[in-house]
Write a protein that binds this ligand. Sequence first.
Ligand code: SF4
Length: 410
Amino acid sequence: MLRTSTGSKTRSRTKRYITTAVVSFDGVAVTSIAPAVPISVGEAVRLIRCSDDKLPELLAAARAVKERFKPGVVTYSRKVFIPLTNLCRDYCGYCTFRRDPGEPGAHTMTPDEVLAVVREGEGMGCTEALFSLGDKPELLFPEMRETLRHLGYKSTLHYLEAMCELVLRETSLLPHPNPGLLSAEWIARLAAVSPSMGLMLETTNAALLAPGAAHDNAPDKLPAKRLRTIEEAGKQNVPFTTGLLIGIGESPEDRVDTLLAIRDLHERYGHIQEVIVQNFRVKPTIPMAHWPEPSHGDMLRAVAVARLLLPDVNIQAPPNLSAPYYDDLMDAGINDWGGISPLTPDFINPEKPWPHLEQLRLRTEAKGCALRQRLPVYPEFIPALTSRPGLLADKLSLAAADDGLSRRAA
Ligand code: SF4
């Protein structure tokens, strides 16, 4: 049976998206084609808890909404992954990326290493340089302060800014930084050297910072702080990628709440270019090594409800974390596969290789869509960026085709 109440933690927001009851079950209308019946918070909660036998109906509704939004196409970004530093002051229970100084594999890339990777990616048709890094490691580790002093920078963010500018100036790739929490000043500085940036909200459930939970000893994962960064990006009209992480101890109601928090900010500022729905995958070396993974069905339910709550926002789910059945994600309403690299591994989930691009194309086409290469910033956000003269606008204009996707072939 589906739930009939929203639970005390779920926000009671007024729904603004209106739907037509083309498909419904247990009295819940779920297909959005034309104005008729509003989806309430309670309906979203019921849908995210629907039984497996009702799942096909939910998926059909979500896919219909996706086809109305971006018909016949699914995009991806051909990228290189740049782990600028894997030192991090947080200790998330699911993370294999972070290292302490001196640990095997701990590394901060030099400018030469950054340029070498980006240039190789340039030769392979990549258009995005995804900078992924730990959150302000110099605040915890004197070794990082020493590394930065040696490189000639005051902080990790100063170094990141310089590397984004280097990539922008010297190559055809566009930087997309993911550096953790940012102040208003740093959002402005990074926005001058990158067309878009990102911060996963992950969850609005602050209880996950409790001892033994996923965000124990991860002060930068306090939801209020992350919402503040995303809101500040909105105030500055910065195209922003965010999303939720499912299976880290949050409830299905928390997932709805997280989606609604993102939607609230997007309705106020219009800057959320993409929402990533990412599923937790267990790894033998992490503190959460014995944690249960969310089921494939739970992932599909979360993606489908994201699509129904955010009918006009790009929804992405990483294919490598749902292999071998990743094409099911298209049934749930995604319109983007995220960043796929022909060159660098997924440093966040190194044991889950990205699918070969030809495989991805074949499976996307088998589900009735063309696979198209996009830039790190989505087409609908490009005109505002190219209207401000400067190096960023010049590089973006060179990279973008008339439809705002990549000039490079898919
Ligand atoms: S997930 Fe990000 S913030 Fe958390 S430990 Fe890993 S690198 Fe640090």
